[in-house]
Design a protein around this ligand. Structure first.
Ligand code: NAD
Ligand code: ZN
Length: 342
């Protein structure tokens, strides 16, 4: 089968013929239709320090996908060939203490498809049945292929009660923009989204009904007074991974405010920690998606009209994957979706 493989110890990915995976007894075989390119795939493409330490060579990459089940292992009873599906890309050890406590997403032995084991940038993916998410008809393959990052956004956005609240989001990457759309959908009063890239801010305005700000051009305080936000934001989401953004967010929170952090800094960060202490802020780290509560809520949000399709800015056949990666590497794209041969 055709697959996008990290085939060499250097930058890039290679479209190659590899052996089709054989599903184990508790797995299904999915014929992949659409895949999304993630920031993680860019690290693997660039072959940075993290990728070199983490990803074995050769490896089929990719973890955002939708497709159709074509085969089920003999222990699988609740899924059948012909079902359209996406799935959770974090493969967990269900016997860990975290998993047995119901915190599947915090299992310390998690292995990622397309990172630690063969991924979804391929004509076929073998996936544990446990991880499979059947797709309702209203979610087509292209939307199905971006449920993984939308799930990150939903996980963040549903961490706190947002109804009637003023929400500040730093970082208008695809996940920050989708989190802004979710926050509006569930009834936040104001959603302010910051970024230093005007192209990303313009994309955000097309996807969600939010107030966008470039804090290097306009002080956040001006936006807050225009919106009558007097004591600060009650909820903050850090979704950029940049020190400057996190500091700004902490500075703009109201006393007792709640902050969810998804962005991953590339190194250590420095902060005026006493501000967090003296404001009595509540901080929550966010990893992945809750299995499977985030997925359930996400499908229901889409069913009730959450529309994030505008975040897809590029649609390409897989043989043009290099264009897709170049668009992502330029830093201006939303989601790039690749189609696989039928
Ligand atoms: P992205 O890199 O596309 O977006 C980050 C955005 O932050 C960019 O648009 C950038 O211009 C902006 N930015 C840079 N400096 C800024 C500043 N000072 N103020 C405001 N914005 C600034 O990322 P993404 O794919 O949307 O992911 C968002 C973050 O979440 C990344 O850090 C990513 O690594 C991380 N992530 C975490 C998880 C998790 O499970 N915790 C999962 C996926 C992604
Ligand atoms: Zn991803």
């Amino acid at each position: 089968m055709l697959a996008l493989v990290k085939a060499e110890n250097s930058a890039g990915l290679w479209l190659q013929q590899v052996a089709r995976p054989i599903p184990a007894a508790d797995e299904v075989l999915i014929q992949i239709r659409k895949t999304g390119i993630c920031g993680t795939d860019l690290h693997i493409w660039n072959w940075d320090d993290w990728a070199r330490k983490t990803v074995p060579v050769p490896l089929v990459t990719g973890h955002e996908y939708a497709g159709e089940i074509v085969e089920v292992g003999k222990l699988v009873s609740h899924l059948r060939p012909g079902m359209r599906v996406s799935g959770e890309g974090h493969i967990i050890d269900i016997n860990s203490a975290a998993a047995r406590a119901g915190r599947f997403h915090l299992d310390p032995n998690t292995r990622g498809i397309g990172v630690n084991r063969p991924g979804a940038f391929a004509e076929y993916l073998a996936l544990p049945a446990f991880n499979v998410i059947p797709l309702p008809d209203e979610i087509d393959d292209e939307l199905g292929a971006i449920l993984d990052p939308l799930g990150n956004a939903v996980h963040v956005a549903l961490s706190f009660d947002l109804v009637g609240e003023d929400v500040l989001i730093t970082g208008a990457g695809p996940i920050g923009i989708m989190a802004a759309a979710v926050a509006r959908h569930v009834g936040a009063r104001n959603v302010v989204l910051t970024d230093v890239n005007p192209v990303r801010l313009a994309l955000a305005s097309r996807v969600a009904d939010v107030v966008t700000v470039n804090p290097r051009e306009m002080p956040l305080a001006d936006v807050m007074s225009r919106l009558h936000i007097v004591n600060g934001f009650s909820v903050g989401f850090e979704m950029s991974g940049y020190n400057e953004a996190l500091e700004q967010l902490i500075g703009a929170m109201e006393p007792g405010g709640r902050v969810a952090c998804l962005g991953l800094p590339s190194g250590r960060i420095s902060l005026d920690w006493s501000r967090i202490v003296c404001k009595g802020l509540f901080l929550k780290g966010i990893y992945g998606r809750e299995m499977f509560e985030t997925w359930r809520k996400m499908l229901n949000l889409i069913a009730t009209g959450l529309d994030v399709r505008g975040i897809i800015t590029h649609r390409l056949p897989v043989d043009r994957y290099k264009e897709g990666f170049q668009a992502m590497l330029a830093g201006d794209a939303g989601k790039v979706v690749l189609s696989w041969p039928a």
